[in-house]
Design a binder for this molecule. Structure first.
Ligand SMILES: Nc1nc2c(ncn2[C@@H]2O[C@H](COP(=O)(O)OP(=O)(O)OP(=O)(O)O)[C@@H](O)[C@H]2O)c(=O)[nH]1
Length: 498
């Protein structure tokens, strides 16, 4: 089954102007509607800019199809998993037999994503065991049920809960960063300081990478950029001594958090490990975090294991996730090394470091917002036949004002607008202010529709043809004629194909 739900977004051009997320989503769907060229150009122009903005890493124009875009972070894995769900279409429950083929697809998708083989094996075993014999929820299709099991297992695989930074009970919290060359360690130092500053902590960076003078300069520049002092003694002193003196200074200044940048090597070697051990002994860190590059796939997971075995670490920071279309590192690290991913880097800007949320990551891998809850909610308030009828109407461009009202009423029954927006893929960047604005716009549109005749509601085109009708609607609803004129084009509907 293809459960389709629609959400009418009012004033798409205005909303798109404020939010790149809306611009992109609206532009994806605009092509199905007859909207005035003026609006089309506005939204497409905005979407085009949004696509090149850092908020949309991995989003691309699809060749030859205008502005239709899709998220490519983990895109390969997402596509692979989709083929598994598709194979279950039409089934009425999950059985050992009918999930065999979808499970093969999932296995292949995970291996192609560069997830390590033992992890894939245990994952498949656990999903199969949980999927077969689970009672399919009332109103949820078997393929949805499998998505839910896979989602839950992915969350577990990536550690279940968010793994927060640990802070020292007294004195400065010391975070020691380690990692191979070029993985983004120095950048992470500054990003982390920026993040902690936003939490209200005072920070100091210590430049203990003495082999690459440029690293000290880089840290100094980044420190300035984020407004955090950088302690350095040049390249003559031993890293452990620099770290120790830096910590002493941080203590005297009552700094909350000290972040130590260490030297990277091209590969793991004895000298690097013994130097790290020495620095660790000198500053007794609260957190030892290994910075790994997401693009190295399962190799990143084995590096975390190696560093943990040799120096003892508390977690990992996964950088360059914005360029990772496979996902093997994010999926393998916890399972292989038993150490959690604490943060992920998703771009070069200082803002592009965030805590690692296994649940959000799983949803992203599955290419969905909180789709399952959305489907459950939608099915509570919308009959299957209605949904299919509506889908046909939309596809044949016969969506009228009555359908629109029916949809807004169904949406109102599903809960608050903000909660529903949060469940929709791609809409998680919409702010509360934008949601309030959308709610206001919906009411604005409803007030115009409420004063229309039955015929006008059923055939929006007669409004477009008759100035007299538009004037009457404007007068009765207290709006301007121009606002009524644009009403049909505001009915830009977002499809959610589940
Ligand atoms: N796209 C993207 N680039 C990143 C990310 N993190 C770091 N980079 C870039 O990766 C490059 C290397 O980062 P550095 O911070 O210099 O790496 P390093 O590990 O300190 O390197 P060494 O000092 O040589 O060991 C820089 O160009 C960063 O801007 C990220 O999350 N996404």
């Amino acid at each position: 089954m293809e459960a389709t739900s629609t959400l009418a977004l009012s004033s798409a051009p205005a909303a798109a102007r404020r939010s790149p997320a809306k611009a992109v989503v609206a532009s994806c769907h605009l092509r199905n509607f007859s909207v005035p060229a003026f609006h089309l150009r506005t939204v497409r122009g905005l979407a085009s800019r949004a696509l090149s903005s850092p908020s949309f890493p991995g989003w691309r124009r699809k060749k030859g199809s205008g502005l239709v875009v899709r998220a490519e972070m983990f895109g390969q894995l997402t596509t692979g998993l989709e083929s598994a769900w598709n194979k279950l279409r039409g089934a009425d429950k999950l059985t050992k037999d009918n999930i065999a083929e979808p499970m093969r697809d999932i296995r292949r998708a995970l291996l192609e994503a560069d997830v390590s083989l033992p992890v894939v094996r245990s994952f498949i075993e656990s999903v199969t065991e949980k999927a077969v014999g689970t009672d399919v929820l009332q109103g949820v299709q078997p393929e949805q049920q499998l998505v839910k099991v896979v989602n839950d297992e992915l969350v577990q695989l990536m550690g279940g809960e968010v793994s927060d930074l640990v802070f020292a009970k007294s004195g400065p919290t010391v975070i020691l960063l380690a990692g191979l060359q070029g993985v983004g360690k120095t950048t992470v130092c500054a990003k982390l300081a920026f993040y902690l500053k936003k939490m209200g902590k005072s920070c100091m960076l210590i430049a203990a990478d003495v082999y690459r003078p440029a690293a000290i300069d880089q840290l100094t520049i980044l420190g300035k950029q984020v407004g955090v002092p950088v302690y350095s003694e040049g390249i003559e002193e031993k890293p452990s001594r620099i770290a120790k003196s830096g910590l002493k200074e941080a203590k005297s200044k009552k700094t909350d958090v000290v972040i130590v940048d260490t030297a990277g090597r091209l590969q793991v070697d004895k000298a690097m490990m013994s130097e790290l051990k020495e620095v660790k002994r000198a500053v007794n860190p609260t957190e030892v975090l290994l910075v790994v590059d997401a693009m190295t796939g399962q190799e990143a997971a084995s590096l975390v294991s190696t560093f943990n075995a040799q120096i003892g670490i508390t977690g990992a920071i996964l950088t360059k996730l914005d360029g990772d279309s496979r996902g093997g590192a994010a999926l393998s690290i916890k399972e292989v090394s038993r150490k959690p991913i604490k943060f992920v880097g998703r771009g070069e800007r200082m803002e592009d470091l965030e805590p690692f949320y296994p649940d959000r990551m799983a949803q992203r891998i599955l290419g969905m917002g909180d789709v399952l809850s959305f489907v459950e909610k939608a099915q509570e308030v919308m009959h299957q036949e209605d949904a299919e009828e509506l889908q046909k109407k939309i596809l044949s461009a016969k969506f009228n004002f009555n359908d629109f009202l029916k949809q807004t009423q169904a949406i109102a029954q599903m809960g608050s607008f903000s909660r529903i927006i949060g469940m929709i893929p791609g809409m998680n960047k919409v702010t509360p202010a934008q949601i309030r604005e959308a709610e206001k716009n919906l009411k604005f549109m409803e007030s115009m529709i409420n004063v229309m005749t039955i015929e006008e509601r059923e055939r929006p085109e007669i409004l477009a043809e008759s100035r007299e009708r538009r004037r009457r609607v404007a007068k009765d609803s207290g709006k301007t004629e121009q606002q009524v004129q644009f009403l049909p084009s505001y009915l830009i509907t977002i499809f959610i194909h589940v």
